[in-house]
Ligand binder design. Structure first.
Ligand SMILES: [Zn+2]
Length: 896
């Protein structure tokens, strides 16, 4: 092999690895960026102080879409060497500098000059726009997680390769603000432009580096600990950043105490940017937000918007410890970042607003995790990540929702005090370093004396979760576990399950570890206590008086339960007698729905259970009930012929009494949860076409359209109103859509804009759906906002949306294919279908078009279609079911 062949072989070897070779490690970056907002380009220079650990002729780092103009290395002997070759491997996202002599070991300095484009895909260093005095102007900002720092400057772009960063931003128009991770160190003015130098950061990962150049107003506060916190908002709107500012200040203090570790930087800025792919990004010291997540508007933020703002701000501030101070070693451990930030956001929100009872709402997070993880196409929490472009796919319900639910389950098992002590030890031990999942288990084991790795390994390394079948024989409960899968397959797998249970009363509790496939537990003690406490003089044990048994108390465990018929009957009675907590009622409904979907329960038993929740007024119970109504309605509409609209009436009947109690208008001083509930209930009534609600909302909308100041459309019923308006819009009477588009164009509040966009594709007329989708191809809707439009395409419009996607595939790919919002396109357009034929058609279409960046989400979406197809077949196969169902829906007594 000659030298060229040898070199090529080495280059191929580097490309084939998914991690960089560790010839050199960086310690310090001096980075200068000069954006040109007119031309949407930038030039940059980076000086990297690195240590050479191996004698090598190659320096291998990450870079993509950058043009390298000059590169040289100064070795430890102050000897300047210029690479003989600069190899840009765009596909492998690598830059290889080839030298004709081996570089000497020890410290050296690499200098590179480069240029790039401010792209329009909201990743790397990108172009955004803002409106100033009616004129649209350019701004520039970064978004690097997971692997896009390499689009802005050549670097060792892996989370474990931490370094310090001294950042300078030049060519900044005088009227604009430049922000970065650290406070400004120095600013020099040159004509109409300025150069802003920032202080050097502590050591941190590349994906947390950030720069924003734009036009903002800000407000600030200082924490009692001396940290300067600012909210940067669009000009004239800084007051809207007040709530977020207040929450950030409070949560900084709260986390400092909880983790027994101060916030590491001198300042924390939060900035609302008009073009942003996700909700927010926790860049160290400079958190960037989608505007809807940071700006709070007294008139236009609904209760759910306010709560979401709190969850997002506390999540991102939580990352300043979990993620930024202690960082995952590799993307496999992303869940450490996201699971903990999610958990800690509920912890902080609950501490700041205990009356919101957000821990009960956390069950919705758990339910999302359980739902995704019941797919064959799910993945383990600790997921193998090979390819930078596929990292983006693991920012999903497994990392966030399953991750945080596992943390909660473990915390419940170990206890609050031990958990908190372990967290502060973990922070101390790994501050400014990186950690793997097993490092966390080690600390928790040391503090608790429990073998946490033995308990948790299987939960994070194995896909899926268990369903536990429970039977009662005399006074003994029999347990059997197996993997739960919505497609009805009996999965492999066994878990160590921390089982909790209550018998007859929440005072009678027990917990144990189910470590084997089957297990049993004697509960005779509770039978005697149940009868001695509840029925002191009654020795006759009638069926109805036997104690109920609830497994997974409070639904805090990440598993499902299926009870035998005796235990099910007792639980139903307990629900009727109002003996169960809202959390348990939520859990029973969520499990029953999933079992029904997987073909393990009949749709009749699901409807009977839903019927028991009719009078409930608890937020989480009703919101779960309403979601079950939406999903069941869609399935039944595809499964049976219902020309009389019995289905809609059945679902309306379930919630109408709660609607009557709450009323359409907010009641002064009412609870946050009632305000949230009103929004959900009236949305549901509008969706199911409740006549009186529709008439009332339509009338109010007419008044509102004529006079925006008329107090007829409080923010909590606007979504319901827009649903109602779109339901009666069609190509022949398109006034509803036109009114909504007018509202969208005129709205100043971002929440209102998002709210309107959420319903423009919800008309039952496919023509109007198509029109709404086409609007996304114009410049009228920002790329970040397309997610609102696709999320609520009407069932009647699904075919049209699919055809639209196929027809416009090349344009869609070109415009959105690189961005985060693209996953939503696939999911929102594919999952509404419910037949195997459609699953095949989708597979066929994508067979030549799928790329690694969306292969997983596509497979998951297709699996959802197949699950529904299987469920529908089951409903249709049972010939006696349809007459029974019709009687159920027309409210004649249910035959069993
Ligand atoms: Zn996060």
């Amino acid at each position: 092999m000659n030298q060229n062949q040898q070199q090529q072989k080495l280059l191929d070897h580097f490309k084939a690895q998914h991690r960089l070779p560790n010839f050199a490690i960086p310690h310090r970056y001096n980075l200068t960026l000069n954006p040109n907002l007119k031309n949407c380009t930038f030039s940059g220079a980076v000086t990297v102080y690195a240590s050479l650990l191996e004698s090598t002729r190659f320096l291998v780092l990450n870079s993509i879409d950058l043009v390298i103009h000059e590169a040289f290395f100064t070795d430890s002997n102050n000897h300047k060497v210029v690479p003989t070759e600069v190899v840009v491997e765009n596909e492998a996202e690598m830059l290889v500098l080839v030298f004709n002599e081996s570089l000497s070991l020890g410290d050296g300095v690499l200098e590179i000059n480069f240029t790039g484009l401010l792209n329009e895909h909201m990743k790397g260093f990108y172009k955004g726009t803002f409106v100033d005095g009616g004129v649209r102007k350019n701004m520039a900002m970064t978004n690097f997680e997971p692997a896009d720092a390499r689009r802005c400057f050549p670097c060792w772009d892996e989370p474990a390769l931490k370094a310090t960063f001294k950042i300078t931003v030049g060519n900044v128009p005088l009227e604009l603000t430049a922000l970065s991770n650290m406070p400004v160190f120095d600013e020099t003015i040159n004509g109409d432009f300025k150069t802003v130098c920032f202080e050097e950061t502590p050591i941190m990962s590349t994906y947390l580096v950030a720069v924003v150049v734009g036009l903002f107003d800000y407000i600030e506060e200082t924490t009692p600990g001396g940290i300067r916190v600012r909210s940067y908002c669009p000009v004239g709107k800084s007051e809207k950043g007040k709530l977020a500012l207040n929450i950030a200040v409070k949560s900084l203090e709260l986390y400092t105490k909880y983790f027994a570790m101060p916030y590491a930087l001198p300042k924390l800025d939060m900035v609302a940017v008009p073009d942003f792919p996700a909700g927010a990004m926790e860049n160290y010291g400079l958190i960037t937000f989608r505007e809807t997540e940071l700006l709070h508007d007294e008139l236009h933020s609904a209760a759910a918007n306010t709560q979401r703002l709190l969850i997002v701000v506390t999540h991102e501030v939580g990352h300043q410890w979990f993620g930024n101070l202690v960082t995952m070693e590799w993307w496999t451990h992303l869940w450490l970042n996201e699971g903990f930030a999610t958990w800690v956001s509920y912890f902080a929100t609950n501490t700041l607003f205990p009356e919101w009872q957000v821990w009960t709402q956390f069950l919705e997070e758990t339910a999302d995790g359980l739902r995704l993880d019941s797919l064959e196409q799910s993945h383990p929490v600790e997921v193998e990540v090979h390819n930078a472009s596929s990292v983006i796919e693991v920012f999903d319900a497994i990392s966030y929702q399953k991750g945080s639910s596992l943390i909660r389950m473990l915390k419940e098992y170990l206890g609050d005090d031990i958990f908190q002590k372990s967290m502060s030890s973990y922070m101390k031990k790994y501050a400014y370093k990186n950690a793997k999942t097993e490092d966390l288990w080690m600390v928790l084991s040391e503090e608790s004396g429990v073998e946490v790795n033995k308990l948790m390994d299987i939960w994070t390394k194995q896909t899926g979760y268990p369903i536990i079948y429970v039977k009662l024989e005399d006074y003994t409960l029999q347990f059997e576990q197996t993997r739960f899968m919505s497609l009805g397959l009996q999965g492999e797998g066994q878990w160590i399950v921390p089982v909790t249970l209550s018998v007859g009363s929440y005072n009678n509790c027990k917990k144990f570890l189910l470590e084997t496939k089957v297990g049993k537990l004697d509960i005779s003690e509770f039978h005697s206590s149940h009868f001695s406490s509840s029925l002191p003089n009654n020795k006759n044990k009638k069926v109805g008086e036997k104690p109920w048994v609830k497994i997974n108390v409070g639904h805090t465990g990440f598993y499902r339960v299926k009870y035998d018929s005796v235990l099910t009957a007792r639980l139903m009675k307990a629900i009727e007698d109002k003996c169960l907590s809202p959390e348990d009622k939520f859990g029973i409904l969520d499990d029953t729905y999933a079992l029904c979907e997987a073909g393990e329960e009949s749709i009749l038993s699901l409807l009977s259970l839903m019927n028991l929740y009719r009078e409930d007024l608890d937020y989480i119970v009703l919101s779960r009930l309403i979601n079950a109504c939406y999903d069941t309605a869609k399935i039944l509409k595809d499964a049976i012929y219902d020309p009389w609209n019995h289905l809609n009436q059945f679902f309306i009947d379930l919630i109408i009494s709660s609607a009557e109690i709450l009323g359409l208008d907010p009641v002064p001083g009412e609870s946050h949860l009632n305000t949230m509930l009103r929004e959900e209930i009236f949305k549901a009534l509008a969706t199911f076409g409740h006549k009186e609600t529709h008439e009332e909302l339509k009338n109010r909308f007419q008044i509102y359209i004529n006079d925006r100041n008329a107090p007829v459309l409080p923010v909590g019923i606007r979504k319901a109103t827009y649903i109602s308006i779109m339901k009666t819009s069609s190509a022949t009477d398109r006034s509803g859509l036109d009114y909504l588009l007018k509202l969208y164009r005129e709205a100043d509040a971002v929440q209102e804009k998002a709210r309107v966009l959420s319903y423009i594709a919800s008309s039952p007329d496919p023509e109007l759906v198509k029109e709404a989708l086409n609007l996304m191809l114009t410049n009228e809707i920002r790329e970040q906002d397309t997610v609102y439009v696709t999320a609520r395409i009407s069932l009647e419009g699904r075919e049209t949306a699919w055809i639209w996607l196929k027809e416009n595939w090349d344009v869609i790919m070109k415009r959105w294919g690189q961005g985060m919002v693209f996953h939503r396109f696939i999911r929102d357009i594919v999952t509404p279908f419910s037949s195997n034929e459609m699953a095949e058609e989708v597979e066929e279409f994508f067979s030549s078009r799928v790329t690694p960046s969306f292969v997983r989400i596509l497979k998951q979406s297709i699996e959802h279609v197949r699950i529904k197809a299987r469920w529908i077949q089951k409903i249709r196969q049972d010939e006696s079911l349809i007459p029974k169902l019709t009687r159920r829906l027309t409210r004649t007594p249910l035959e069993t």
